[in-house]
Structure formats: C-alpha cells, structure tokens
Design a protein around this ligand. Sequence first.
Ligand code: ZN
Length: 223
Amino acid sequence: MKKLIRGLLDFQRHTLPSYRATFARLAKGQCPDCLFISCSDSRVVPNLLVSTDPGDLFTVRNVGNLVPPARPGGQPSADRGEAAAIEFSLGFLPIEDVVVCGHSSCGAMKAILAGGAVDGAPNLEQWLAHGAPSIKKLRENTSRVGEGLPDADRLSQLNVLEQLEHLKTYPIVRDRLAAGTLRLHGWWFDIGAAQVHAYRDDLGRFVPIDEAEGDRLLTSLTN
Ligand code: ZN
C-alpha cells in the first residue's frame, strides 16, 4: 500500500499538471469508443499496453476475462456485473469496438485446466465454470488456435474466442453487429514477450500486432 500512496503523491506532483485539462474536460462526461474486457491479473495493464488516456477505454476486468452468456431473453446466466457493463457501455456510450483480451500464464486458465475445483473458494469455482466451453474445445482438439503453446496458454486463446461468442448472446451485441455499428476483437497478451496478439479470422490463429500487422489493422478499420 505504501507504493500506492507514494505513487499517488508522485502523480499529484509530477503527472497531474499535464492532465489537468483532460480531467477538466472529462468532468463533463465520458465518451470512450472501446469496451475492453480483460483479466484482473495485475500483469495485464490495458491503458499501458495501448497508450490510452483517461476517458479512452471503458474497462471490464474479472478473473479469466470471462463473459457469462445471456439466456435467450437477454438475461445473464449468472453474475449481472458483466451484463450490466455490456448494456451500459453499448447502450449509452459511443462504443464501436469490443476487445476481449486474454493473457499467458493466466491463473484462471490454469485452474480450469486443473478441473476447476478451488478449495475454499466456492464463488471462484462457480465463476470459473464459465470457462467450461473453452476447456471442452481444448479437449476436443479440433481447433488449431494456440498450437504449440502450453495447454494453459492454448486454453487462454481458445477462451478469448469463446467469450466473444458469449458476447454475441446479448441482444444489444447481436443488434449492433447486424447493424454494422460494432466490431469484436480477440486479443491475447504474451506477458514474457510483452507482445499483444490479435486473432486473425482469415488465418484461424492469433498473430503478433507488430508494425506490419498494426498497419494492416489500421487499414482495415478505415475501410
Ligand atoms: Zn488471468
């Protein structure tokens, strides 16, 4: 906690002056154009990875970057927190893109891989059940996604794609996709290499967002 207090004081002394105007503008409201769903893991820092400022990202973070699927009526199957964030951000903010970002060495994926039982943590155990379809896909081994990676990392990449499918169970997501006003993106952060990868539908695998891939993505977004 001392690191936080010292960091806060450092922010107030050195960083805040250059952000005064930004915060004064944001006091009137937020208008982020991206919903970013990632793991709560301390090593995944969305704003750092994509160099965003306050007001740029509407962020949902939870253990394993999981999205409980909605039932046919649009009701979530379990926790309402993620569903509420999806409805609020897509319904009341100018969100155009949703990123689900998994990561390497994810504790949630390791727990799911180990069977999902977590002694003394019944809520965590129940929550991790949302990863069941992902472990099923890993076991079926019908996808080439994550080939060559350790099982937990391969599961993590499959899980990103599974959560994108869960997103599509929400009426507001389906409607926006049908209207062509929303894009979904699957990302995966390799912590050791500090490299973010993006899922390429045409290749059926994740590729590093290097200079060439970044240019390709930027071009695709402007078309
Ligand atoms: Zn994680």
